[in-house]
Design a protein around this ligand. Structure first.
Ligand code: NZQ
Ligand code: ZN
Length: 394
């Protein structure tokens, strides 16, 4: 049965070749004067995109401040640095260039500047909610996290290794520019981690025990099959524009809530478990998800069997005759085969980490705290469940 839902996806999307050249004009529409550009390590410089954007903004007489050096699993210190810079320069609009890490940093800076007397980290600790946020936009260069249309921002306090998310519609970007050509320079590992992440955003909403709609399932299954097909193409043909375009658009649709309409809010425990791995071991988010998902899936499958059977049949194309358990297990195995086909890990060893029992205990404690208690829809996980899932994934 369909649950009531609110669907709010206000981000304007400019998709296709050359759209980045219009960025100054697009920002002007929001009445901005002082723009802060937030970007990562080197890719935006190397591609020439950063210079192109600065030119485009100055042609519109927009003043520009820039802050680079955002790292994957982005740090809180960089957010504070951006807030201080923004205060000095009277920033009134924030433009991220890159992927989830610069965009999430941009969102955090935007919260911080809108309420300058409060500590932005309180939002991520969930001790208060935001009342305001500056407008944020992005030029996306990696199809993955979906932050370009999502309400989430994920930041790591590097001093405590706490990776925390804050979700609020206030930070939904006002627009995003997506030119698939800019994603062609991605290393294969990042391309495929990105495809894994966007699939997981849909799967987190798919494996639930509460509320389903035929239309939502059809969109989710179509999206998953499209991403799988094009992830395989990109593994051997990274310059394929059509495949780049397919996964770029899929990445946004996967996390703008479209694939969850009518459900109970989704499961999201693979994400919660992975965020602790990212906080402690700094692994690439999508690859971390691929490594933890099979263990999570086998652990919760008995509690959410009809959805695993449907997934096996409709997404993974499992045709065997067998019990529901056998069909569901065949679906999980097919998923593992797919991950291997695109160079993704299916356990922690393949991911390149070997957490000790003590580290697993710590990740589970942190995960429980981040979730605010037992959470999950396929199965509500206790701390003991989390420990077992981590251990089974080794
Ligand atoms: O730093 P640069 O040099 O730009 O290199 C980046 C980085 O090393 C590189 N890259 C990006 N575009 C490129 C490129 N390299 C070559 N050519 C290009 N065109 O890719 C690497 C990863 O970048 P990052 O921004 O970290 O990628 P992603 O989009 O996967 O973001 C991951 C972060 O987003 C969070 C994750 O936890 C992680 O911290 N998430 C954010 C979500 C959200 N806000 O809605 C939801 C997700 O579930 C996720 O948790
Ligand atoms: Zn994700």
């Amino acid at each position: 049965m369909a649950n009531n839902f609110e669907y709010y996806s206000p981000t304007k999307v400019y998709f296709g070749k050359g759209e980045e050249k219009n960025v100054g004009r697009y920002i002007r529409e929001y009445g901005a004067n002082n723009v802060m550009i937030v970007y990562g390590g080197s890719s935006a410089k190397k591609s020439g995109l950063l210079d192109l954007v600065k030119d485009a903004l100055s042609k519109e007489n927009l003043s520009v401040t820039e802050i680079g050096g955002v790292v994957p699993n982005p740090h809180l210190d960089k957010v504070y640095e951006g807030i201080e810079l923004g205060k000095k320069n009277k920033t009134d609009f924030i433009l991220a260039i890159g992927g989830g890490s610069p965009i999430d940093t941009a969102k955090a800076i935007a919260y911080g500047l809108a309420e300058p007397d409060k500590d932005v980290w309180e939002l991520y600790e969930h001790t208060r909610v935001a009342e305001k946020c500056l407008p944020v936009a992005s030029i996306l260069t990696i199809a993955a996290a979906g932050s370009e249309t999502s309400k989430s921002s994920v930041i790591t306090d590097e001093k405590t290794n706490s990776k925390r998310a804050y979700d609020d519609n206030l930070a939904r970007p006002v627009f995003t520019i997506m030119n698939p050509e800019y994603t062609m320079t991605l290393p294969d590992y990042q391309t495929e981690s990105g495809c894994t992440d966007m699939m997981m955003h849909t799967m987190e909403r798919y494996f639930t025990n509460g509320g389903n709609m035929e239309i939502t399932d059809a969109i989710a299954e179509g999206l998953l099959k499209t991403v799988m097909k094009n992830a395989v193409i990109l593994h051997s043909d990274p310059q394929n524009y059509e495949a780049r375009a397919e996964v770029m658009w899929a990445g946004s649709l996967a996390h703008n809530d479209l694939t969850g309409c009518g459900n109970d809010g989704g499961d999201f425990m693979s994400h919660q478990l992975e965020h602790e791995m990212g906080g402690m071991f700094n692994v690439t988010h999508g690859a971390g998800l691929a490594a933890i998902w099979p263990s999570w899936a086998r652990y919760v499958m008995p509690y959410c069997l009809p959805r695993f059977v449907r997934y096996a049949r409709n997404v993974m194309g499992v045709t065997i005759n067998g019990t529901d358990q056998e069909v569901a297990e065949a679906g999980i195995q097919a998923m593992e085969n797919f991950y291997h086909q695109i160079g993704m890990p299916v356990n922690l060893k393949e991911l390149g980490i070997a957490p000790s029992d003590e580290q697993i205990e710590e990740m589970a404690s942190r995960c429980l705290a981040a979730c605010g208690g037992h959470t999950g829809s396929a199965k509500r996980l206790t701390k003991e469940d989390m420990i077992q899932i981590y251990k089974n994934a080794r």
